[in-house]
Design a protein around this ligand. Structure first.
Ligand SMILES: Cc1ncc(COP(=O)(O)O)c(C=O)c1O
Length: 427
């Protein structure tokens, strides 16, 4: 069996040869003893962000005041959307930054269901994130037409098979709504394949990109996707509650109507007319004021992505997860850990879930600052998943060696037994 010193040695070689190694210094270092493997929940803070936001607050807000809207703020949703379009394989005028993922999904789901009048089935899967399913149910309830949600099953709790999608999407399906990368298992759907199946059967498709954007290359146009939404606080490092984005394919935009008729979506917002006339293009999907501060945080992070390039980020992500899986097989599989993610990188995003009956208490031990040499932050997803996020812009192979060695120690020495099972609100 490979010893601990062997795998630290291997990690050192991989780090030395990492073409992205310089990028780590572009993020705030929260301390030499902290290993942060939760960029799939809340990305790290780029070092340039605080100064950039300080300038927006003190100069653009403090001095330029309302004039700043004409000096760039009014068009911020489109400007940032165009930059996110480059990461998602969309045209610059197909993406806009606004609201939360939940609200953006609501707007697109209602618009899509109205457009496919007469079709009453909505297809998703049982692995999907809560909000996605709740918004579908709420939209169906609001429309009152008898739409029903069909949840495709996962045989292994990790993936959804092609036979499931083939069996579920039929000629009554109005909308297929799926996460490109599953939040729990990291399973990645074949976006072009499932999109063309939905289209063959006459349905729209909406992709949730929360765990995919900034983590894997995405080609919305290549797949001919209809709708997508994603958040910017995970791999995109926009900060807590940073503004989300939405995509609607160009040829659909003017055919559809958002159910929220807010003034930012009006064709002539400063006329303050009493009747709403939707703006052209993606602007018609806005609602009210777009938060300037929590959108602008994205700019410094997108600068980093544009320098690094998604191809290099994905390459390192696969190398990181490949290295981790090798260590998992040698050091963790025989002490009660099971893999909760696809083994094949081609079907996986940039995080890996490890399952263990004591997952929650193991997480507590990893995070406890007074336990052991390291403070390690992954996250926990019920019932038994420890999610380990690989953010290639700032994570190192050494950090993978550290979490492997600590997971082994905490289980072998039963360190987790010191902790109770009481859950914090955010796990
Ligand atoms: C997969 C997925 N979809 C949707 C959301 C919800 O996003 P928001 O809070 O912006 O509505 C999240 C949040 O973590 C998520 O992980």
């Amino acid at each position: 069996m490979m010893s601990k010193s062997d795998f630290f040695h291997d990690a050192a070689i991989l780090d030395a040869n990492d073409p992205l190694k310089e990028f780590r210094s572009l993020f705030c270092n929260p301390g030499e003893r902290l290993v942060y493997l939760d960029g799939n929940s809340l990305g790290m803070l780029p070092s340039a962000t605080a100064g950039y936001i300080d300038d927006i607050v003190t100069r653009r807000w403090g001095e330029r005041l309302i004039r700043s809207y004409n000096e760039g703020w009014w068009n911020k949703p489109e400007e940032l959307g165009a930059r996110i379009a480059r990461l998602t394989g969309a045209r610059p005028d197909e993406v806009i930054v606004c609201d939360s993922v939940s609200v953006n999904m609501f707007k697109m789901i209602v618009a899509a269901l109205r457009e496919k009048e007469g079709r009453l089935k909505i297809v998703s899967d049982e692995l999907n994130f809560g909000t996605d399913l709740y918004i579908i149910q709420g939209a169906a309830d609001l429309l009152g037409k008898g739409h029903r949600l069909h949840l495709m099953k996962s045989r292994d709790g990790i993936t959804v098979g092609d036979d499931e999608t083939d069996g579920a999407i039929d000629n009554d399906t109005a909308l297929v709504s799926l996460s490109h990368v599953s939040f729990r298992s990291s399973f990645m759907y074949d976006m072009p394949g499932v999109t063309s199946l939905a289209h063959e059967r006459g349905a729209f498709i909406l992709w949730d990109l929360c765990h995919a954007v900034g983590a894997v290359p995405i080609d919305l146009n290549g797949a001919n996707a209809d709708f997508a939404a994603g958040c910017t606080y995970k791999y995109l490092n926009g900060g807590p509650g940073a503004t989300a984005f939405m995509y609607v394919r160009k040829d659909l935009q003017e055919k559809l109507s958002s159910p929220i008729w807010g003034w930012w979506a009006d064709a002539d917002p400063f006329s303050f007319n009493t009747g709403f006339v939707p703006a052209g293009g993606m602007r018609r999907f806005l609602a009210g004021s777009v938060p300037i501060l929590s959108s602008s945080t994205l700019e410094t992070s997108l600068d980093i992505f544009e320098k690094a390039g998604m191809a290099r980020i994905r390459k390192k992500s696969l190398e990181m997860s490949g290295f981790f899986l090798e260590l998992f097989k040698r050091h963790l599989a025989h002490i009660g850990f099971r893999l909760g993610s696809p083994n094949d990188g081609a079907h996986r995003g940039s995080h890996i879930s490890l399952r263990h009956p004591e997952a929650y208490r193991i997480c507590k031990a990893l995070i406890d600052e007074s336990e052991g040499e390291w403070t390690i932050i992954p996250d926990f997803r019920t019932p038994d998943n420890i999610r380990i996020g690989f953010a290639p812009l700032y994570n190192t192979f050494r950090e993978i060696a550290i979490i492997t060695s600590e997971l082994g120690r905490i289980v072998r020495d039963k360190v987790f037994e010191k902790y109770d099972t009481e859950k914090e609100v955010v796990t």
